[in-house]
Design a protein around this ligand. Sequence first.
Ligand SMILES: [Zn+2]
Length: 113
Amino acid sequence: MSTLPPCPKCNSEYTYEDGEQLVCPECAHEWKAGEAGASDDDTRVIKDSVGNLLQDGDTITVIKDLKVKGSSLVVKVGTKVKNIRLVDGDHDIDCKIDGIGAMKLKSEFVRKV
Ligand SMILES: [Zn+2]
């Protein structure tokens, strides 16, 4: 049995391999084997659907209709969202959408303007 390095982000020992990647089940951090320690752990890299780097305060558009959890509202494709905030988690963008309010989006469903 090979010993996997602990998670560089939260130091969890329960990392596991997923193809070429190492995955931490505790904080959902994913990285490539051998990369640990090389990257600055404060900077979380979040990219949009086409690979643009996203940053706090960016303006994005939604690239597909997204249902708003717990309601019948839908965020339509093409909706412009200003001043996003990057957060940890499965939905990594925190934002406020006109007519809907605060919600979270996945970076894979947005595109930087
Ligand atoms: Zn972790």
